[in-house]
Design a protein around this ligand. Structure first.
Ligand SMILES: [Ca+2]
Length: 263
């Protein structure tokens, strides 16, 4: 009986599969931050921890990119997904916020950039774009700078496949186009190919092709958290846990102690 009660309290206090990420604990959780230039030029790219705009978050900034094929990159990444089939990704959500960008119709909030092996040794670069754009005119969520949004990336916005310049309106459509794809291994992501993080699962401002400069040139945005479901098991990555969630955690432990005392 006691074990059953404790188990229930734990479930209430600590959601399953939650990872709190801060700048200090990224490495311990298998993540890293990368802020750099790619293929020359200079950089003032940055990944920083902030409490701006009413949420504890990471801010991603990439400076002006005015020269073809010279990029700035600001992201966090992991190789924990290497070898995982794209088809195993069952849900994707993000709470993010676009602050500003100097390409008025194309810039995007920080987002997912994934690199997969198509299953035949050829790579494909995938970026999820939260907002509708006018260049080209495609589907997407309304452009709303300076507003926090919780987006379901599986069903809204658009997934852009770089090599074929194809937009997919859902994760399921993307997966159908790449049925044998899996997240690429670090050894196949060399720096001199422009893979600044050398990891396949990236979140932030992560340009890989010249056309991406428009999405991220002189662009800043924020991510509060994101979620990824793998075969239905969802993990929430909270970029800096909110004080509220710490209160819930403490409340849970107090409840646990109270239960023990009553026994
Ligand atoms: Ca947060």
């Amino acid at each position: 009986m006691r074990r059953a009660c404790l188990f229930v309290v734990c479930l209430l206090a600590v959601p399953a599969a939650a990872v709190d990420l801060t700048m200090d604990n990224l490495g311990a959780n298998g993540w890293k931050a990368t802020a750099t230039f790619v293929w020359g030029g200079s950089t003032n790219a940055s990944v920083t921890e902030t409490s701006d705009y009413g949420a504890d978050n990471f801010r991603f900034y990439t400076g002006p990119m005015n020269t073809s094929w010279q990029f700035q990159w600001a992201g966090i990444s992991t190789d924990a997904f290497a070898g995982t089939k794209l088809s195993a990704i069952t849900s994707v959500k993000i709470r993010n916020f676009g602050a500003f960008g100097d390409n008025p119709y194309r810039w995007q909030p920080p987002t997912f950039t994934w690199i997969v092996d198509k299953g035949d040794g050829n790579q494909r670069c995938i970026t999820w774009q939260p907002w509708a754009t006018t260049d080209p005119v495609t589907a997407g969520n309304p452009r709303e700078p300076l507003v926090w949004h919780e987006y379901d990336a599986a069903t809204t916005g658009q997934w852009f496949l770089e090599e074929t310049e194809t937009f997919y309106s859902s994760l399921s459509a993307l997966k159908a186009a790449l049925p044998n794809a899996y997240f690429e291994y670090t050894a196949e992501l060399p720096l001199d190919w422009g893979y600044a993080s050398q990891q396949a699962f990236n979140v932030g401002n992560c340009p890989l092709y010249d056309g991406d400069r428009g999405w991220f040139t002189d662009t800043a945005g924020y991510v509060d958290w994101f979620e990824v479901g793998v075969n239905g098991v969802v993990t929430r990555y909270d970029l800096v846990p909110e004080p509220g969630s710490l209160v819930a955690l403490v409340t849970g432990f107090v409840g646990l102690l109270g239960l023990r005392r009553r026994k």
